[in-house]
Design a protein around this ligand. Structure first.
Ligand SMILES: *Cc1c(COP(=O)(O)O)cnc(C)c1O
Length: 224
């Protein structure tokens, strides 16, 4: 399938999910997750107008970056080892996987003049295979980030649990939305928390209905 065909189908589903939830489709950014595919396929996505690309490993990001440079908006969506921060920090626009203080410290130390836009990753479902903070830990963690002036909390990120049960998936996204509102309420200047990064190929419609502003789509857009 051509990326352009997949994109058309995806955009239509985004519009319909927005209609069901009274949202403006312009609030939703599609991130093409290119981790499974070649650089050529990533270029095809950019040529279709998908300007947000997501990678989950530093090797994949650097390989694609060497061809595409800073033309796309780059999202680092995978578990980030502290020692790898220096490899990607000047190439990415967003880090979606901030989940511990040692990582915040390293991002802060390696950042240039500009603060780095981060998402705090939350493990809502408590699945052991998933990274992220428990919901209870999120607000105390964000308060601690005050000491890292180069770390800016643009939003929260989660991955829904591995299940067919749509009710469980929906509850996961609702919990993230509620947490976002609580963080906005405390009005920390470094944590505007305007964004919610949630929803993948199998669950993005539910995520949009529950408030996602960035959906991370691999399989359904660029392929496996
Ligand atoms: C791989 C990945 C995605 C995309 O997954 P698909 O199901 O292929 O859409 C989204 N988010 C993260 C964090 C991923 O690792």
């Amino acid at each position: 399938m051509k990326v352009s065909d997949n994109l058309r189908v995806l955009q239509q589903k985004v519009i319909e999910a927005c209609q069901r939830s009274n949202r403006n489709p312009e609030e939703i950014k599609i991130i093409a997750v290119t981790k499974y595919v070649t650089t050529e396929r990533a270029i095809e996505a950019v040529e279709c107008g998908v300007m947000n690309l997501g990678e989950n490993r530093d090797e994949g990001l650097l390989e694609k970056w060497s061809k595409l440079g800073d033309k796309p908006i780059w999202h680092f969506i995978g578990t980030l080892q502290t020692r790898k921060v220096k490899n990607i920090i000047d190439k990415v626009d967003y880090i979606h996987s901030l989940d511990r203080e040692s990582l915040a410290k390293e991002i802060n130390a390696r950042a240039g003049e500009k603060a780095i836009s981060c998402f705090v990753q939350v493990n809502v479902s408590g699945e052991e295979s998933k990274h992220g903070l428990t919901p209870e830990m999120v607000i105390p963690f964000i308060k601690e980030l005050e000491k890292f002036p180069k770390v800016r909390v643009e939003g929260l990120m989660t991955m829904a649990p591995f299940t067919e049960d749509q009710t469980i998936i929906r509850e996961c996204f609702q919990i993230l939305k509620k947490l976002q509102l609580e963080i906005q309420h405390i009005q920390l200047p470094y944590a505007p928390c305007q964004e919610l990064s949630m929803g993948m190929s199998n669950d993005f419609e539910i995520a949009i209905e529950e408030g996602a502003t960035m959906i991370r789509i691999g399989t359904a857009l660029v392929g496996e």
